[in-house]
Design a protein around this ligand. Sequence first.
Ligand code: HEM
Length: 459
Amino acid sequence: MTVAPPTIAPTPSTPLPTVDTPAWLQTLQGVINPIPFVEKARSQYGDIFKGCSVGFPPYIVLSHPDGIEQVFTANPDLFDSVSGNQIIAPITGNQGLLLLEGKAHQQRRKLLMPPFHGERMRAYGETMRAIATQVSQQWPHHQSFVMRTATQEITLRVILQTVFGIDNNERFQRLRQLLSEMLHTFDTPLGSSHLFFTGLQKDFGPWSIWGKFLRRRQEINDLILTEIQERRHQPLGEDILSLLLVARDERGESMADTELRDELMTLLFAGHETTASALAWAFYWIHKIPKVRTKLLAELSDITLDTDPNDIAKLPYLSAICSETLRIYPLVIFTFGRILKQPMEIMGYDLPSGVMLSPCIYLVHHREDLYPNPKEFQPERFLERQFSPYEYLPFGGSNRRCLGYAFALFEMKLILATILKQTLLSLVNQQSIQPVRRGITFTPAGGVPMVVTTTNTTP
Ligand code: HEM
């Protein structure tokens, strides 16, 4: 258990606690195994400390709700919140939401918000359930399979359907396969290092890590561009591509093909990787702790496969399990970095422009004062009290808060309920699973090996 030293209100002369290891070592620790690194730094330096990383501005790690509140409630124009995201550009291109700023960002968010919220989002409920059933019925019985791979197939099909309105013709099957293979590049710390160290981004031929990545990306880009060009001549549908095709900016201009491609890639990438890992973690915890599973199955016994998806999304214990899953191992350890464009006071320290504020989701979620026994999976904590947006932030906050947060929670609940109603599962072994880096996200190491013991045909 790590307990942070009490935060002492600084006087103007108090220097900001600073990590005293060399920048190259901090970078390596941050890329390969950041959780023990930030936990140790917090126990040593407290709720706010400064570090240095190669290729990034000096960063300020925040793990106190007061500091997070200051960042999330400040005027977003005070921050450059895209330069820190450049590492994702090789995957998404430069013109998608993750890399837009200011007015362009605001307008794109406004355009993309409706399909991921409210009625439009809920209309995807049946599709989510159908895909979860189709995929889970193909799982072998009494034979081990990797849950993270299975949940990725489900969430990728869901997001393809949402974005393009279709997920099962030849082009989409190829796209699915290529996207999975391309993201597989970042499965290991070595693969992930290619995103952080641009010097590694060299094409040493089709068998090298980056060479393989580039070839797959090229094929994906070609498939998406072909789809865009064909869809320009077809009737519009209810999908997101149709929405983007008719969108016009202030000058009445429509989006160029490359702009559309970057946005579609952003949504495909951001819209399935995290949810796939979140679901794999949820299956792990439900099957790791018998009383959690028993309590959940009792709650699910009151619903059928025809229950209105909205009612399923409101089930209290299922909701608490999803919240606790995203608390204990948040899929993203830090929110996007916010680089100060001008000096700002945070938690009593005067910070200069140019430093990068890094709210640490993981450290906030592991504060003993907010979450007693933080290393224990206890969904009940979410039934017993409510947490503020500065105490619980799996989806970040303010103007950059995850676009798909409502969609992701809705999807997690429907997929869990649909599969657990129809299939009896167990973990292959009871060993504890730790998070491991996969690109910018953190996923269960080994992907959670599971086995189907029985299929319930009369749910
Ligand atoms: C459990 C699943 C998910 C988690 C944990 C998650 C987490 C996050 C986090 C932490 C951020 C950064 C927010 C910040 O810096 O304040 C973010 C941004 C974003 N997420 Fe998610 N996300 C999930 C699912 C999704 C889904 C399903 C979509 C589908 C569209 C999505 C799309 C995005 C986009 C586009 C952004 C950038 C928003 C912006 O810059 O305005 N995410 N997400």
